[in-house]
Design a protein around this ligand. Sequence first.
Ligand SMILES: *[C@@H]1O[C@H](CO)[C@@H](O)[C@H](O)[C@H]1NC(C)=O
Length: 585
Amino acid sequence: MLPTMVVQAILWILYGLLLQPEPGTATLPLLMDSVIQALAELEQKAPATEAGHTASAWLLSAQDSCAHNPLQHFLLEEQSLKTTMLDPPSLSPELQGLTMEVARHGVWDGKECGVVLASDGSTVAVEPLLAGLEAGLQGNRVVNLPLDSTDTPPDAGVTFPDFGATVPDVRATSPGLRDISSDVTWADVGAVSPNVRATDLDVQVTSPDVQASSADTKAKFPTTVDSLLVVTLARDLGLNFLQGPQTWSHSLGTEGCWDQLSLPRTFTLLDPEASTLTTAFLNGALDGALLGDYLSRSPEPRPPLSHLLSQYYGAGVAGDPGFRSNFRRQNGAALTPTPILTQQVWGALILLQRLEPAHPHLQGMSQEQLAQVATHATKEFTEAFLGCPAIHPRCRWGAAPYQGRPTPLQLPLGFLYVHHTYMPASPCTDFERCAADMRSMQRFHQYTRGWDDIGYSFVVGSDGYVYEGRGWHWVGAHTLGHNSRGFGVALIGNYTAELPAEAALRAVRDELPRCAVRAGFLRPGYALLGHRQLVRTDCPGDALFNQLRTWPHFDKVSPRRLHYLGLRPICPHKLSTAPDPCLFA
Ligand SMILES: *[C@@H]1O[C@H](CO)[C@@H](O)[C@H](O)[C@H]1NC(C)=O
């Protein structure tokens, strides 16, 4: 265990290195493990140096960084400015090259930079992750917004619609998050931004939870911002939705593909036109917010960041499997309820307007207009990202190409057919296993069955992820005679006698259909059926099927179901040559 000062110093050093404009000769793969390795090396070297002030001075003196992100600069700079620059502890050239490469998040020419591949298969932007860790080490401060007397907030407040996002509270069952007492430390904002007098700003010793409990859907003019949420998520959400309604429809959470999975070097976006709020950015921002929150509540001594990250991107923080990157959306939803996040986005925009009076999109915007932007940005983020399942695209699990020409679906469809894979019989609980299962099912469907591709539209693992099969746009081979009318979704495992993990059930019951309806792929009144209701098969297994019967969109009145209920499993290829992948072997 290291004292917070040292943990923080290490982070500042890493920041400092990120901002050194030296050419790097990177040879390390862009993996989260490489970032963890860099942190571990700094943790070994840093205690020997008195690096705390030095590293923060680098950050503060990096004009480049200030211009890039004045809000982050303002909220995170708190260390003394009086120290002069010293030499950073030297990282090995390899790690130095890596830090250069992940220095800044951005999208250029359809390539996303500053992102790494984590072992759960997700791609994560490093910059918002580090910002969150730093904010957390500083104690997750609540900062008063600077207000002019002429800027009296509207008394009635602004009414936000109630989005009614229902996101399960995974954190409630996470002892790692629940039981740690709030420990918000006093921090002194001594640093002065060019446009804001230090006396306009002060930092309260207030826990963000106090705000949270008093929030309702009638938002009041924000008088404070929470530094952690602003530097990770709220600033970018606000700025991205600021350009006007024409950009509002740009999809959030664009995915991309690595050039190779074992030694990833470049990441190409699947939709280069989409918003820069990519999946990787939002992943990094959520991870930064969640880990920053954890650090701010952790008693001294704080865990070294390299340990914290390897747990979070591994089996779970402090042995809690619910607190890991796989469940960042559910945990993030619990951390940032919609009304709170809306307030923070609004506050971030107000603060940014003050810090950057010449900002082209902020100039002349009234607080009401900023509130509208914040409301819309938060709604989109909550509905189109947080409340949706995390779907690994085909390239992530190493899919072989489609053979032949796919047939497009006529969207929206009216049905969702639920399957179990039967083989593999045991649920996969990590990315490596689930991705291998996907490849072996695809091989089986393509080479043994002779189909064009893996049959299912989507496959649900027990690792918290959904895996893209044929996806939303192409006719699958999952439910004989019904493939062009519905999506086929399979849960990996044999659910004859056992039920899938709750997260997997939730993905099929709630998240996937809700997001498909929102995106226009599925009709709002869609019907959900078990495979056995349409085809002679036991699929999706008795246990799972009995569960389906209790779900809201379950189609109880299918005559076929009555006809076929009770039949023993029959290997479909003996009946027909047409596709039916439910029985795998
Ligand atoms: C599936 O589960 C059932 C019930 O436990 C069992 O009888 C059957 O052998 C299993 N099938 C496979 C392929 O594991």
